[in-house]
Design a protein around this ligand. Structure first.
Ligand code: ZN
Ligand code: MN
Length: 135
């Protein structure tokens, strides 16, 4: 019985991981739920959400807590930055290298032990930028 349950959880996590890896849109739990449901029709949003939390705790995925938008998930666990459209909340990767020097500089200037940093760029995506200039 327990084994059966574990098998189901493993299967669920596998499907969630596979579907997330197909998306470069940094989807919310709700968006992931919609695609996962096609493979696992009986899964609930709560289960998807719990699995996403576990996967991020295991370091298999990255949870993004961006300001002004829903919690989103990223299959890419490497340190990288994001740029968010302030109009439609589209989130893309920001194609620049991590600013490790910043942390080194701060290391000398603070009594804190630095464990990381968050940096989010904001702007207008091409679609919203176009709409802006037409109005
Ligand atoms: Zn936009
Ligand atoms: Mn990303």
């Amino acid at each position: 019985m327990l084994q059966e349950k574990n098998h189901r959880i493993t299967k669920q996590r596998q499907v969630i991981l596979e579907e997330l890896r197909k998306l470069n849109t940094h989807p919310s739990a709700d968006e992931i739920y919609k695609v996962v449901r096609r493979h696992l029709p009986r899964i609930s949003l709560g289960t998807v959400y719990r699995n996403l939390e576990v996967l991020s705790e295991l370091g298999k995925i990255q949870k993004l807590e961006l300001s002004g938008s829903l919690k989103r998930f990223d299959w890419n666990t490497k340190k990288h930055y994001h740029i968010r459209c302030v109009r439609c909340n589209r989130v893309d990767d920001a194609p620049i290298a991590p600013l490790n020097q910043l942390e080194n500089d701060l290391y000398k200037a603070t009594v804190f032990e630095i464990i990381g940093h968050n940096l989010e760029f904001i702007g207008l995506c091409p679609e919203c930028s176009k709409k802006n200039s037409h109005n």
